[in-house]
Design a protein around this ligand. Structure first.
Ligand SMILES: Nc1ncnc2c1ncn2[C@@H]1O[C@H](COP(=O)(O)OP(=O)(O)O)[C@@H](O)[C@H]1O
Ligand SMILES: [Mg+2]
Length: 338
């Protein structure tokens, strides 16, 4: 078959009679970092639980490294888990937290010691081996839980929103850390997030999910620059999306002509692609927010609401003033699928 290391085939997952993942097909390559991305409730955690063996399958199969694991118990799948809540043992120090799984394997003492040392070293925590979790920062605890999984040498590491409990700065640090660990260890990782910037920054490929289905699968560049559906476009920042037919676009409030020819379907613009101050469209400033280098505008017009983002060096337009704007051909994304 293909070069799939983890293969989900016609996977369907349900809670009782409620099917939340109807038919998922996904091949993950060895050494790949794949992100499952999507809004809350779209089935990311459920999919992870199934891969990990924490829930039984409603249908389909899961294989890892060529072996059907669909009915293999969780502890025999060779999978490591890192969750948003660190699930560390509070009464054990860092060394013992990492050693725990190795002790269960009844490895010789010297092997446990060297394994733990290597694990703590990988995540940059060797100097904190004696600390208990409560004496560590959130980022350090998350790195500890990563080390604890890594020392078990899993074939696949599943990370479910591992960064969402961290503050913005630590999140960025941990991102870099995760990338480094993945490059150093070459371990196959499945990373769940609802944050598109996290997925863009980390993943080799992104699986964008909606209602338990794959909306689009591709590289970060594919999803950011070539989203194929209105949902994907919206998720990746094309916040102004309209139906287009001929040279007429239609929004929730009404229609307006555009001054170029587009393929029928949808047309979408990022806020930064919209020019304000002049152009053939007219609206009223409904909101303006200073965002450092940019000023973000909400403009009411005959189409509905437009979001525009312009350099903060430009003079500000006040709320309530009427304003001209342009929806230029440059920066317009054409979406054929609906
Ligand atoms: N234990 C459960 N029992 C019943 N329904 C559940 C359970 N866990 C999750 N669900 C439902 O399954 C769907 C997918 O949930 P989940 O996989 O947790 O989403 P995500 O991780 O993408 O936020 C949601 O509609 C959620 O309400
Ligand atoms: Mg979840």
């Amino acid at each position: 078959m293909s070069d799939a290391f983890v293969s989900l085939q016609n996977l369907s997952l349900a809670y009782g009679k409620t099917v939340v993942v109807p038919d998922l097909n996904l091949d993950i390559r060895k050494g790949e970092l794949i992100a499952l991305l999507g809004p809350s409730g779209c089935g990311k955690t459920t999919t992870m639980r199934a891969i990990a063996g924490l829930m039984s399958l409603h249908g389909g199969s899961i294989s890892i490294d060529g072996i059907d694991m669909s009915r293999t118990p969780a502890n025999k799948r060779g999978i490591g888990l890192v969750f948003q809540s660190y699930a560390l043992f509070p009464h054990l120090n860092a060394f013992e937290n990492v050693a725990f799984g190795l002790r269960l394997k009844k490895l010789p003492k010297s092997e446990i010691a060297s394994g733990v040392e290597a694990g703590l070293n990988t995540v940059g925590l060797s100097h904190l081996a004696d600390r208990k979790p409560a004496e560590m920062s959130g980022g350090q605890q998350q790195r500890l839980s990563l080390a604890r999984s890594l020392v078990m040498q899993p074939k696949v590491l599943l990370l479910d929103e591992p960064l969402s409990n961290l503050d913005a700065r630590l999140r960025l640090e941990m991102r870099t850390e995760l990338q480094r660990v993945q490059r150093d260890t070459g371990i196959t990782m499945v990373f769940v997030t609802h944050d598109q910037s996290e997925a863009l920054a980390l993943a080799d490929r992104i699986v964008l999910m909606k209602d338990g289905l794959i909306e689009q699968l591709g590289t970060p560049d594919d999803l950011y620059n070539r989203p194929e559906t209105a949902f994907a476009a919206d998720f990746f920042g094309f916040e102004n999306i309209f139906n287009v037919s001929g040279s007429i676009i239609t929004g929730p409030q009404g229609s307006a002509p555009i001054n170029f020819k587009a393929v029928d379907g949808h047309l979408a613009w990022r806020p930064g692609a919209i020019k304000i101050g002049n152009g053939s469209h007219q609206g009223t400033v409904r909101g303006v927010a200073f965002a450092g280098e940019q000023r973000e505008y909400v403009i009411d017009c005959q189409l509905g609401q437009i979001k525009a983002s312009v350099s903060a060096d430009e003079p500000a337009h006040e709320i309530g003033t009427s304003i001209a704007f342009d929806l230029p051909k440059a920066g317009a994304l054409s979406i054929l699928v609906t």
